[in-house]
Unconditional design. Structure first.
Length: 206
């Protein structure tokens, strides 16, 4: 990426801010162990910058024992880490559009909170490998709309659950795992990443 982010801290949470001097903003929430240097989030960031968005990458960290909670509590934990930063940026500028991108763990607060709230500005939601095996996640996705990308080798993938999400734009990657990569096949993994980002670009431009 040609533009370098400023590294900031707000309410003791670190984040990276890519300033395109834009009236559109994208908030990114990473997964557990899948940070912003990993291929899909790295190129998703590049894509959002190509499309003229300011980008905020929230860099939360949690202790392993904090995941020994019910899924709803984990979702609340992540939401509490990101919400003050989201609120700060939405109040600091007259943004006309917001996009929320969450990978796995980072999809939880988007589904459970941001997609359920009345939005101040038009907002879109990008869910990369969301944990569809959680019952409350499925309940909160029904009758909502988002872009969802998931692989058929992801432990959270089932045809039955995907069939319930007809209101969403689905990109299903054959043989892709929870990192949306193809095991032992580098070139197919690169092609899968390109396919997902191409679909995402089309979704954002419609």
């Amino acid at each position: 990426m040609t533009i370098k982010p400023s590294k900031e801290i707000y309410n003791d949470i670190a984040y990276n801010f890519f300033d395109m001097n834009s009236n559109k903003i994208c908030f990114m929430f990473s997964g557990t162990g899948y940070n912003y240097d990993k291929p899909l989030l790295h190129y998703a960031t590049s894509l959002m910058l190509d499309l003229g968005y300011n980008v905020v990458q929230v860099c939360y960290t949690f202790e392993q024992q904090q995941f020994n909670q019910p899924p709803e509590a984990i979702s609340e934990m992540v939401y509490n880490s990101v919400e003050s930063i989201v609120t700060y940026y939405l109040r600091s500028n007259a943004y006309k559009e917001a996009v929320f991108i969450g990978k796995s763990l980072g999809a939880l607060p988007i589904i459970d909170y941001y997609m359920q709230e009345e939005t101040i500005i038009p907002s879109r939601y990008i869910l990369l490998t969301p944990p569809l095996s959680f019952e409350h996640i499925m309940q909160n996705l029904v009758n909502r709309h988002s872009f969802i990308a998931i692989g058929t080798d992801d432990p959270h993938f089932t045809h039955e659950r995907l069939n319930q999400l007809t209101s969403h734009q689905l990109t299903i990657a054959a043989n892709a795992n929870h990192s949306l990569e193809i095991a032992n096949n580098t070139l197919e993994s690169i092609f899968t990443c390109q396919t997902i980002l191409t679909a995402l670009k089309t979704y954002l431009q419609n």
